[in-house]
Design a protein around this ligand. Structure first.
Ligand code: COA
Length: 257
């Protein structure tokens, strides 16, 4: 149990709220455990027809807690809280939606690739700064992004790690709707209510078919990404990036070969 992830079931929608505002909703092992538990609850509870992830009007999430990153992964990727959460998310049988605002960093963007619909506030900044941190892609992004956007656009996003806006995300087909930050959750809830009113088995069958082509390769990729990511967390490049974040300075990668 953590107060940093709040869940609430209302009208068949399980709302899962990231709630660590003083750290920009940066995700800890404890929070990933709660997120994984929420996904299991959603699968098991017949009352749940939809899952909605949200943060607050200023921030979805700053991604993984960088302090915890610096200590490495606690065990083999698949068994870690983040690995468990990502696999549960990727294999969810019910619709998963997200309402995002402000920074959606790292896994805050890659987890959206597993959502069925995404509503973003016009203040959203998507960002996958893996290489900037000496790391490599996670969350299936190295498979899904080239598949959906084309190889060169995926390479630009994943290698340069530049932020992109809600407008750009919509143009790339990564999100459904853009609205003022104060409307994001309501607009996502309208979609959840509409989905919950649909025949549930037909929705599950549709989701299964949408995921079918990438299901097996996605699992394989996520495992490979997780192993490589764990190695990168122990690298000198990552150590320099984490130290730079702590010291509020730019990282210097010039000495690495
Ligand atoms: N892990 C741990 N702490 C984090 C964090 C993270 N991922 N992101 C932000 N925080 C902390 C900051 O250190 C700061 O703490 P302080 O008040 O003790 O200095 C606090 O949260 C507020 O963050 P701040 O940077 O002041 O907010 P901002 O609005 O100026 O910027 C971000 C927001 C998300 C753009 C910026 O915090 C950021 O780039 N964070 C790191 C994101 C990241 O690299 N994540 C890993 C992805 S793989």
């Amino acid at each position: 149990m953590t107060e940093h992830v709040l869940t609430e079931l209302h009208d068949h929608t399980l709302t899962v709220r990231l709630n660590r505002p003083d750290r920009k909703n940066a995700l800890t092992h404890e929070m990933y455990t709660a997120l994984g538990d929420a996904m299991e609850q959603a699968e098991q509870n017949d009352q749940v027809r939809c899952v909605l992830f949200c943060g607050n009007e200023d921030c979805f999430t700053a991604g993984n807690d960088l302090g915890e990153f610096a200590r490495g992964l606690p065990g083999a990727f698949r068994e870690t809280p983040v690995g468990r959460f990502l696999f549960l998310l990727a294999s969810a049988t019910k619709p998963v939606l997200a309402a995002v605002n402000g920074p959606a960093v790292g896994i805050g963007t890659t987890m959206l690739l597993h959502c069925d619909m995404v509503v973003a506030g016009n203040n959203t900044r998507f960002l996958m700064p893996f290489t900037n941190l000496g790391l490599s892609p996670e969350g299936g992004s190295s498979l899904l992004l080239p598949d959906w956007l084309g190889r060169v656009r995926a390479a630009e996003l994943l290698m340069l790690g530049d932020a992109f806006t809600a407008e750009e995300a919509k143009a790339m087909g990564l999100i459904n709707r853009i609205c003022p930050p104060e409307d994001t959750e309501n607009q996502a809830r309208v979609l959840c209510d509409r989905l919950s009113a649909q025949p549930p088995a037909a929705i599950r069958a549709t989701k299964e078919m949408l995921n079918r082509a990438t299901r097996d390769s996605l699992k394989e990729t996520m495992l490979a990404e997780g192993e490589r990511f764990a190695e990168r967390l122990q690298s000198d490049e990552a150590a320099e990036a984490f130290a730079a974040f702590r010291e509020k300075r730019k990282p210097d990668f010039s000495r690495f070969s």
